[in-house]
Design a protein around this ligand. Structure first.
Ligand code: AMP
Length: 284
């Protein structure tokens, strides 16, 4: 696997690969790779014949007081894992390389960024949309792979690609979980053993809702009950638990179309998100 740190070098190589008729599949990440990221690499190998993985902890998607400084990093571990899974190129630019001057341009997706995580992390999704646009212009992928784990991010990227006619096929991969159901996340290593024990309830609550909700179910009382369970977890602070349409992220009262139930819970300094997709097959 080749490691590239320069934007110019990555762009030149991408141009050369394209001229040779190769299909570039891209997996953007913030590193500290786990099995969730590696499943995205598996999908990328199906989507193209050259797989590029980026590792970049993007400062512009973190707000003041968020965990940018303490976000876990391990580039040599990432290199071994990505290579072991068949990635061809690891793109690992520095912040200075990505943002050499004060950036005056931002990509902002409206409406769907104002709810769920977007309502609590102001500016987060324009940081994401902007860096993904930059990475697309640098890596020049034919296809890019994202995780369902970050459902709102997936919706934002799909919307951006549609609205701006970006010529990139977007693939979304299901969430990879620990044996007990906890969604894999680079942030899980920051949980204390006690917090880790309680964190299992996030997925349990979501699975419970998925298994109970039918098209004629009144959802509100079930969500209230689930909220009480999560708020009652020792050391946990529930930020939100909501059911919305997917990918439009409109509020829904009944499961009458494809929907997502999404949540964010804080354990001290560690903020975890999870979600479950409800596929409505009534009209299929
Ligand atoms: P991150 O490094 O957290 O920015 O994540 C990079 C990509 O990996 C995003 O598209 C995430 O949605 C995806 N991802 C993170 N965790 C998981 C997981 N447990 N299962 C599947 N995809 C994931």
């Amino acid at each position: 696997m080749k490691r590239i740190e320069s934007v110019r070098e990555m762009q030149d190589l991408a141009g050369r690969l394209r001229r040779e008729g190769r299909r570039i599949a891209f997996v953007p990440t913030m590193g500290y790779l786990h099995e969730g990221h590696l499943s995205l690499i598996d999908e990328a190998r199906k989507a193209g014949d050259v797989v590029v993985v980026s590792v970049f902890v993007n400062p512009t998607q973190f707000g003041p007081g968020e965990d940018f400084d303490v976000y876990p990093r391990d580039i040599s571990g990432d290199e071994t894992k990505a290579a072991g899974r068949g990635a061809d190129i690891l793109f690992h630019p520095s912040a200075r390389e990505m943002y050499p001057g004060e950036p005056l341009t931002r990509v902002h997706v409206e409406k769907i960024t104002e709810v769920l995580c977007g309502a609590r992390r102001r500016g987060h999704f324009s940081g994401v949309a902007t860096v993904v646009t930059k990475l697309f212009n640098i890596v020049r992928p034919h296809a890019a792979v994202f995780g369902q784990k970050d459902a709102q991010q997936a919706a934002v990227i799909m919307t951006m690609v549609r609205d701006l006619n970006m010529d990139v096929e977007i693939r979304i991969v299901p969430t990879v979980r620990e044996k007990d159901g906890l969604a894999m996340s680079s942030r899980n290593v920051r949980l204390s053993p006690e917090q880790r024990k309680h964190a299992v309830m996030l997925s349990k609550v979501l699975f419970g809702l998925r298994d109970t909700i039918r098209p004629d179910t009144a959802v509100e009382p079930l969500l209230k009950e689930a909220e009480a369970t999560l708020s009652g977890l020792p050391g946990a602070e529930l930020e939100y638990l909501e059911m919305r349409s997917f990918p439009g992220l409109e509020p829904v009262e009944r499961f009458d179309r494809d929907a997502v139930i999404a949540l964010a819970v804080r354990f001290g300094e560690v903020r975890l998100i999870d979600n479950i997709l409800l596929k409505n097959d009534l009209d299929s």
